[in-house]
Structure formats: C-alpha cells, structure tokens
Design a protein. Structure first.
Length: 121
C-alpha cells in the first residue's frame, strides 16, 4: 500500500481566533487584518504571536529562536524587506531576530539561485 506524505498544517487562523476570543478580546482590533487572510505565512504567525502575547522572557525567546523554521516564501519576504527598507545584514538580523550568518547564507542561496536562472535564459 502506498503511503503519501500529507502536508498537514495547523489551522492557525482558528487557533489564534480562539485564543483572542477567550483570553484577549481587547486585542481583536489589532489582529483583525491578519486573521482575515486566507492563509497565514510564517511571518504572519510570528506577528500575531507578538501582538497577542507581547515580548516574552529572554530564555523563552532564545529557545524559540533556535527552533524556528522558514520556508522559501518566508525567506524571500525577509530578503524583499531588506531591499525595500535598505537594511544591511546586521539590521535585518536584529529586526527578525536571526543570525547574520543565516541572512548571508539565505542571500547566497536565493539571490545567486535567481541570478543563475536569469543567466540561462
């Protein structure tokens, strides 16, 4: 029997809507725009989490930072943010709480990848 790997993602819109309605109804106006989207990106989820729960303790923040995973779309959004706001790697890393080495690696992977694809044409 063939087993297919299912790409199951949690319904973050439902999860965060329930949290807001039950525990933080006063924050509904702040989060309404994000929750009205059809699907949430990783950056949207991080933004919602920040708006609802605010700044976390340092230990918890460090733990969470080490366990974040970004897909290609999120990485491209982060790099687009850098070019749009004219940030250097250090400023971008500080804003998104990333390592400067991570930003450099992403730029090499995705910018060089795009350049190679353009040169083939």
């Amino acid at each position: 029997m063939d087993k297919q790997i299912q790409n199951i993602k949690p319904n973050y819109i439902k999860i965060y809507s329930d949290i807001i309605h039950k525990k933080f109804p006063e924050k509904m106006d702040q989060c309404k725009n994000i929750l009205q989207k059809e699907s949430l990106s990783e950056l949207d989820i991080l933004e919602l989490n920040q708006k609802i729960f605010g700044n976390s303790e340092l230990d918890a923040e460090l733990f969470n930072q080490r366990h974040r995973a970004y897909n290609e779309t999120a990485i491209k959004q982060i790099l687009k943010y850098q070019s749009k706001n004219k940030c250097n790697n250090t400023e971008l890393a500080r804003y998104f709480k990333l390592s400067r080495n991570t930003v450099t690696k992403w730029k090499k992977l995705f910018i060089e990848k795009n350049n190679n694809l353009e040169n083939r044409d």
